[in-house]
Ligand binder design. Structure first.
Ligand code: OSB
Ligand code: MG
Length: 371
């Protein structure tokens, strides 16, 4: 069969990439991007995906150690030797295991890449994408006002389509007042990464004064219900990120009015099947979505770009130029935005190839499986 590919081997690595600038959010500071990388080989093809979990569970519950354990001891050994005839073939392999959507996404996304390459199709064609470049903005970490103003001016010069500011309690209203004073007309959003509670409603209400496109994830990572009370009290749209793992989460949030916008990260929700289901639920509710990021290397960045070509990704996403994060990337193809637009890398699958010379310097092989 022409459009089937057998997974001949798999290779799991741990990658440590230094960040050019420490990235500060309400839950902590990242100086390095550490992530598991899965390479699948078969039919002369090579497919790849990276995990978005952190070494410690400070964004969501999963950890790199936990993901590696699950991938090594349960998922990847089941995959090697399997014949893939469709991206849907992966679902029954992952089905027995609860939760762990970030770990499962690594496998699911690599299988989609392999399947697309077997069909000699760019991944976005198989996803039903409608554009070959996507609108992007920047996500700016927590920093003093003067530093933030400089970073905004730079991003504006580069043509980015919106500015997202990380905020936390006590680093919010004065920052926003200073930013709006200097940049009255920019498209602006904030992301609290869960730092507020319902008792902070008066602070959150004051954010209505700053013409924000949305306020991202003000309350707890495992809450949807209380976000409903925040959304009901504000003019500004609430956008959920951490709270949304499944299409059911999205349906509940939109049905009860806990949010009006959803941030989809394919690596957070378990892969493309769930990301598409969330996309479709949001479209049915008339709620726009956008593609979030987790400071991914070129591998995850390329996956995100393909996802964001789908029709309901109507707000600028976080997939800005890789050179903003890394001195050197682990892929050969530069993923650089121009005038706030990121082009889909051409070619089959995700359209990027591993730069093994550099990858070998910044990673260790954890395990290799052969059929
Ligand atoms: O909440 O979107 C988030 C980075 C790390 C953890 C959480 C988040 C982020 C970002 C960065 O906002 C987005 C990016 O530039 O990749
Ligand atoms: Mg977020």
């Amino acid at each position: 069969m022409k459009h089937a590919v057998k997974i001949d081997s798999a290779e799991l690595r741990m990658v440590h990439l230094p960040l050019l600038t420490p990235f500060v959010i309400s839950t902590g500071t990242m100086t390095h991007k550490t992530f598991p990388l899965l390479i699948l080989r078969g039919g002369g093809l090579e497919a790849v995906a990276e995990g978005v979990m952190d070494p410690l569970p400070d964004y969501l519950e999963e950890t790199t150690a936990g993901a590696v354990d699950l991938l090594r001891n349960a998922v990847v050994p089941k995959l090697v030797g399997e014949r893939i005839t469709s991206s849907a073939d992966i679902a029954p392999v992952l089905a027995p295991w609860r939760g762990n959507r970030m770990a499962k996404a690594v496998v699911e996304m690599a299988v989609w890449d392999l399947w697309a390459k077997a069909l000699n199709q760019p991944l976005w064609h198989l996803l039903g994408g409608v554009r070959n470049r996507i609108e992007v903005g920047v996500s700016l970490g927590i920093a003093p006002l003067d530093v933030t103003l400089d970073r905004i001016a730079e991003a504006q010069d580069q043509g980015y389509r919106r500015i997202k500011l990380k905020i936390k309690q006590g680093h919010d209203l004065a920052l926003l007042a200073g930013v709006r004073n200097a940049f009255p007309d920019i498209k602006l959003t904030v992301d609290a990464n869960t730092d507020y509670a319902l008792s902070d409603l008066s602070t959150l209400r004051k954010m209505d004064a700053f013409d924000l496109d949305y306020i991202e994830q003000p309350l707890a990572f495992d809450d949807i219900l209380d976000h409903n009370q925040v959304q009901a009290a504000l003019k500004t749209a609430i956008c959920l990120d951490e709270s949304i793992r499944t299409a059911k989460d999205a349906r509940i949030a939109l049905q009860m009015g806990a949010a009006r916008v959803i941030n989809i990260k394919v690596g957070r929700v378990g892969g493309y099947a769930e990301a598409r289901a969330i996309h479709d639920v949001c479209a049915a509710f008339g709620a726009p979505v956008w593609c979030g990021g987790m400071l991914e290397s070129g591998v995850g960045r390329a996956h995100n770009i393909h996802l964001a070509t789908m029709p309901n990704f109507t707000k600028p996403g976080d997939t800005s130029s890789a050179s903003r994060y890394f001195e050197r990337d682990i892929v050969n193809e530069p993923l650089e935005a121009a005038d706030g637009l990121m082009s889909v890398p051409p070619g089959a699958g995700i359209g990027v190839t591993l730069d093994y010379a550099y990858l070998d310097q910044v990673s260790e092989v954890i395990e290799v499986w052969t059929a």
